[in-house]
Design a protein. Structure first.
Length: 83
């Protein structure tokens, strides 16, 4: 399985409103962690280059092996590295 999924932040601009920024999850990554459309998530700011995605109601994994180390169950890390 691929471990890095580069993407760009998308800005949506509506007339008379401030731009909104969107981050999209690649389907293989969403499938790997069981992320569902409409699921409530929260971002935790760790520092200017790292965000922590929290899934308060993440389903239990139905595999015996974990994908990797995580700060807490159902968590995903998003890290920005300056180029």
């Amino acid at each position: 399985m691929q471990t890095k999924y580069p993407l760009k932040i998308q800005a949506i601009r509506s007339k008379g409103q401030q731009a909104r920024l969107y981050v999209y999850f690649p389907l293989p990554l969403a499938a790997a962690i069981g992320l569902e459309a409409g699921e409530a998530v929260q971002w935790e700011l760790l520092d200017r280059g790292e965000l922590h995605l929290l899934r308060p109601h993440a389903p239990k994994a139905n595999t015996r092996q974990r994908a990797g180390k995580s700060a807490e169950p159902g968590a995903v890390l998003a890290k920005h590295t300056a180029s």
